[in-house]
Design a protein around this ligand. Structure first.
Ligand SMILES: [Zn+2]
Length: 83
């Protein structure tokens, strides 16, 4: 896990503010959903994208690093020729 040195205090309702730098890097925007999980004593927040990250489709065929990929986009990725 990468330490950032960013410290935030929890408010009365249990809320924290995610640092803007972190939101920019991870492309987290207002109203985005986050999946909350626990890893030992760490809280893990991961952007929740139930639909295909490329086209928004809902016929999900695979998941990679918390991002879903639909059947059509997965097929397109398979056909990409690397140089
Ligand atoms: Zn797709």
């Amino acid at each position: 896990m990468k330490e950032t040195g960013m410290i935030r205090r929890v408010d009365e309702l249990g809320r924290i503010v995610l640092p803007i730098e972190m939101r920019r890097v991870l492309n987290i925007n207002v109203k985005d959903a986050l999946d909350i999980s626990r890893d030992g004593d760490a809280i893990v927040l991961r952007k929740y994208t139930p639909n295909c990250i490329f086209c928004g489709g809902d016929k999900i065929a695979a998941e990679l690093n918390g991002n879903n990929i639909c059947v059509d986009c997965l097929e397109k990725l398979r056909n990409i020729k690397s140089e």
